[in-house]
Design a protein around this ligand. Structure first.
Ligand code: FES
Length: 235
């Protein structure tokens, strides 16, 4: 019978049979397996993923390492500003005054309190986002008008979003160039007991504290002083 394999004629050459390209005859293609310069789509996407991961890791790790390293060493330079005679600051009072920050920076508003036998200087900058806090003589406490932050007489947080207490400044009392009185037990405070009539009050560098009133280098508004979140600031 014509067209059978038995007669030696291939089936696609038999009369009336389709003889064009067939799906079972795929185009030979170059896999570039031996070409080191050829970039496959998989290799390209892998490269993009690795590069993206590196950038992301750097964006997170660099600030963390930076803050971790600088936390212990960064801080304000020591400087002292004479804010007047000790006699201007009567006991059991808290007074608001502007104090030069030095270095061309704007003045800072400070609450200078002389209570419980010690002088303490508290910065009026809210520890949440930096709004100026106000002092209440009646309650001997501080409140922030922006988001409801509230602090007690020592600047410790009692309500609202502030992540740490109000910042403080170093304080000391001098007569001439000689310090008179002694450092108080609370961070930044000064006990002026025994100071002579010519004693003057000096306010020094700013620093931050935690809820236990342990001192830290000065932090920015919203910045934690302890815990893992401090490494994520300002994210
Ligand atoms: S800035 Fe003070 S509570 Fe937000």
């Amino acid at each position: 019978m014509a067209g059978t394999q038995d007669d030696g004629v291939p089936p696609n050459e038999q009369a009336g049979a389709y003889s064009g390209p067939r799906a079972v005859d795929p185009e030979p293609h170059d896999t570039h397996e031996n070409d080191p310069d050829y970039i496959t789509r998989t290799r390209f996407l892998s490269g993009v993923a690795v590069a993206g991961g590196a950038v992301l890791t750097g964006a997170i790790a660099v600030p963390i390492v930076g803050f971790a390293v600088t936390d212990a060493v960064k801080g304000e330079d020591e400087h002292w500003v004479d804010i007047g005679p000790l006699s201007d600051f009567p006991k059991d009072k808290t007074q608001s005054l502007a104090v030069s920050a030095g270095g061309g920076l704007p003045d800072r508003r400070v609450f200078l309190r002389y209570r419980d036998g010690v002088l303490m200087a508290i910065w009026n900058r809210c520890a949440h986002l930096g709004c100026p806090v106000t002092y209440s003589e009646g309650g001997d406490n501080y409140s922030c008008p922006c988001h409801g932050g509230a602090y007690n007489s020592l600047g410790q947080v009692t309500a609202g979003p502030p992540p740490r207490p109000l910042d403080r400044f170093d304080v000391k009392v001098v007569s001439g160039k000689k310090e008179v009185g002694k450092r108080g037990t609370l961070a930044g405070t000064w006990d002026p007991t025994g100071a002579p009539p010519d004693a003057r009050v000096l306010v020094g560098k700013a620093f931050s504290i935690d809820e236990k009133q342990r001192p830290y280098r000065i932090h920015g508004p919203g910045e934690e002083v302890e815990g893992i979140l401090k490494y994520l600031y300002p994210f």
